[in-house]
Design a protein around this ligand. Sequence first.
Ligand code: GLV
Length: 349
Amino acid sequence: MGVLFVIKGNLIFPQVHHTKHNERFMPKRIFVTRPIPDQGLKLLKKKRYEVDIYPKDQAIPHKELLKRLKAKRYDALLSILTDKIDEAVFKAAGDQLNVVANFAVGFNNIDLEAAKRHHVIVTNTPGPEINESVAEHVIALMFALAHRIVETDDYARAGLYKGWGPQLLLGTDITGKTLGIVGMGNIGMQLAHRMHDGFNMKIVYTSLEPNMEAEQKYGAKHMSLTQLLKTADIVSLHVPLLESTHHLIGKKELALMKNTAFLINTSRGPVVDEAALVQALKQKSIGGAGLDVYEFEPRIHPTLKKLKNVITTPHTASATVATRQAMSRRAAENIIAALSNKKPANQIV
Ligand code: GLV
């Protein structure tokens, strides 16, 4: 609601004006659920939006989020991937909420059906920066496993290195081996490019549709998951978490893998049945695992932390300064577009 002054002759009449989005009188209000890198926040402030940021550098408790959304009407919510954006959130935010901009590529934390029911736009932050950072992280995990980097670093730091040995801590090579990419999307493509062109790897992949670009540029072979698991020396997961991908890799699938093969997961934890993975690793029915995500995040299965053939990173595959700034800008640009009645570049619903 705002007040407009209408001039009639030489008299001025105040008029109360009711609109949902009163452009002229009410600054748009944005709630950011956690402090994020500043470039996107600067863009929002430049638009003279009122930006409220949850001040603690930790995930906002769901109850607290609901409380804040009820206490003040917001036009946009900038959420992070650990915020559960469900029916209760949309209800608490009320009619004013126009857009939820998730600071992530994944959006399994958002109830898209509820968003549609409440006519709220949902966006994410894909882009070349994040594809490259995640691909690099996958490669770091692959090489760290193959060359036993974490294990050998621990060994050296513990003072166990007493002199060069011809059979000391032998690892494996990656050049020329077969990489299985489960889900040949943007990140899968970046990985295929680097590993095919840089390390002469053979690329095999699964995806809903064959990816002709991957086939032409990187000689990638489309195959069933079963075939891929039997063939690949390294299996890297790049699928979104959906009902159909929950536990995509379980006991049966792990049993198909070579006993020297590595599994890399930088997608979402529940894509892998973690208990089955722990068993496979303990029994050495696979060679090792490089994990950035966990089924019950932030909990990491205690056995995973003990096994030498496992490398664990704390969901940091996209955590570079440049990429997190780019994600901040993208989330802000999506909000600005939605609040200017334009289609955001990364609209999901
Ligand atoms: C990170 O996991 C993301 O989805 O951006």
